[in-house]
Each structure stands twice: as C-alpha cells, then as structure tokens.
Design a binder for this molecule. Sequence first.
Ligand SMILES: [Mg+2]
Length: 373
Amino acid sequence: MKIVEVEAIWLRVPKFDQACEWGEDALIVRIHTDTGIVGVGETDSSPAVVKALIETPASHETCQGLRDVLLGENPLEIDRLWKKMYRHSEYVGRRGAGVHAISALDIALWDIAGQHYGVPVHTLLGGKYRDRIPAYGTFIPKATDAGNRDVIRNLLGQGLRSIKLGGAGFGENPARDKQLLKLVREEIGDDVQLQIDLVGRWRNAAHALAQCEALRELNLNWVEEPLPSDDERGLAYLASLCRVKVSGGEGLATRHEFRNFLENTRPAIVQPDITRCGGISEMRHIYELAIHYGAQLVPHGFSTGILLAATTHFLAACEFGELIEYSQSDSPLFRKLVKNLIPLEAGQVAVPDSPGLGVVLDEEVIAQYRVNA
Ligand SMILES: [Mg+2]
C-alpha cells in the first residue's frame, strides 16, 4: 500500500472578522492510498499555519513539507513515518505547530491501519479496557446567575456527573469567582465533580495557593492551569503545598515537553490534546510517562468529531483512561462534520468497534465551510 495524496482542509464557520466563543474553525487532513482506503485526522491549531507546514515545498533536509515526506510511503509503517516527519521538519517543528501538523497526519495513519486490518484503532493499541467512558462537560460562565443555572441544568440533563468551568475572566476577581462557584456547587450538589480552569490567569504561586485554600469548601476536583505552563517553579511550589489536584499541559507537545513538565512541576493530572501533542503515537508515550510520575492523564479535547473519535479509541485502550472531555460546542464542525458523531449517552461515551477511527465525514459540511486558500 502506498500514500498517493495528502489533503490539508481548512474549515471556518463564521466570517474572519466575527468573534466566536469556540468551534470557529478546524484543520482536517485526509491521507489517500492506492488501495482506496482514506484516513482522516485533525489538529486543533491555527489552520493556515498547519496547512502551510503540510503543503510547503522542501527547502532542504530538515525543512520539508510533510505532504512530500509522506507521498509514496507505506502508511502502515506509522512509527517510521512519525520519526521521518519529525526529522524532516526539525527547523520549523520539534514543538508547537510542527508537531500539531504531525499529530493530524499520525491520527490519519492510525485510521488507515485500522481500516486495512479491519479492526478498531483501540484494538491496534492493545485492546480496550472498557466499553463506555465517563465524560465531563465544560462551560464558559455567563453574565447572570440565571444564565449560569440554565447552562448547569443543561449539563446535568445530559447525564454528566463531572463539569468544568473557565474563561470569560474567571480567575481575575476572587470574590466574584467564589460567589460563582458557590452557585454552581449549590446547583450540582455534593456528588458531581467540579473542576475549574484558570488558563494561567492567577498572578503568581502565592496568590494561587491562597485562592486554592479560599476555595477549599467547594471540594474542587482539580484546578487547571492555575499558572502558565512555563512557570515551572511556581507550579512545583503549588503542587507541593496545595491540597487540590493541579492539572495542565494542553498546550504542550511531545514526550519531551511532558517529561520536563512532569519532572519539574509534579502535576496530579496531565492534559495532552491528542491533536496537538504528536497524535495517537506520541500520546502513548506521554501516557506511560504520566504513569511513571504518578500522574493521571485526562486528555484535553474540544474540536471536531475526529478528535473525539481519536481520543475515545486511545482512552479505551488505556488501563486508567477513565474520563473524557465532551465538547459542548454548537458549532457544525462539532455537531455535523462527522456524520456518525460519537454521542453522549447518560453522561458517557460508548467506545466504537468499527474499523479504524470509524468516522464518516459529511462532504456537504466540508464544501460549505471550506476555505479555499
Ligand atoms: Mg484548559
């Protein structure tokens, strides 16, 4: 089997000058083979940047477009191709967008392999540990108490027993934040998990520690990115003194960044995004690292149904893959791009058993939102 074409497809829902809360765009890839099997992947990154990294013609040995790196290759040789992509994009890659592009292509290669062998990706990964994965839902706080109560009731109505909030200035005003969390806890009761995402907004480690102490009575399940990922000393200080689990890592890529992050900050939970950290292949290494450091892996995941499928197959095949993020976006890129989107059923995601990732793309959605750049 040979790779005969690599497509990088940029999708965008609102016009470029329109603000959007989430789900505004996506970069999906399709890898075509000479047998007719087509693998799909995506990265939750800057679509234009990733598209360029895939399509650019070669400059020299360590500065090549990933499309040309893959053309003519056997897509079943996933590990060798991952290393080939990494090596030939070293000058513009190694971390960040270069690895985001590799992530999308790696996911598509796993999809091809599953289809070729006639088994779901989780079987290729060693077999599934579970048929259903409990999910958590994230929301951005609304301006009013009534608005927040509506959102929370909607989440609980989906059967979710774990919810997270963050964004819209959460983290900037301690008194307002605590008032909001009290309202949420009152609404969800004591048995539903509640986590908060600071997106690195707390101003320093001492401030973050004081906030965690002030919020003790709310029984938070984890505190996500209380400080920026690069504030390793601050995060290590917090992890050693704080009585709430600290999580982070959604912006990191490769086992190398996660090894440093785990070693230097000792988080309780790491949150790689499978479409950014290096794909399914690299996620396996990061999972093993997390176990080695005594941390739990709870993936970040908030894009299309391709990301959801890749994350579901991966977590199903992890011994401790026990919590998945389920997007709350109304964007057609989440709700409609994948025709057979894995549904949320009573707060859980059912693990699919069809070959590959098992996703069927809606060509009309692609045609409607495709950016022809
Ligand atoms: Mg986050």
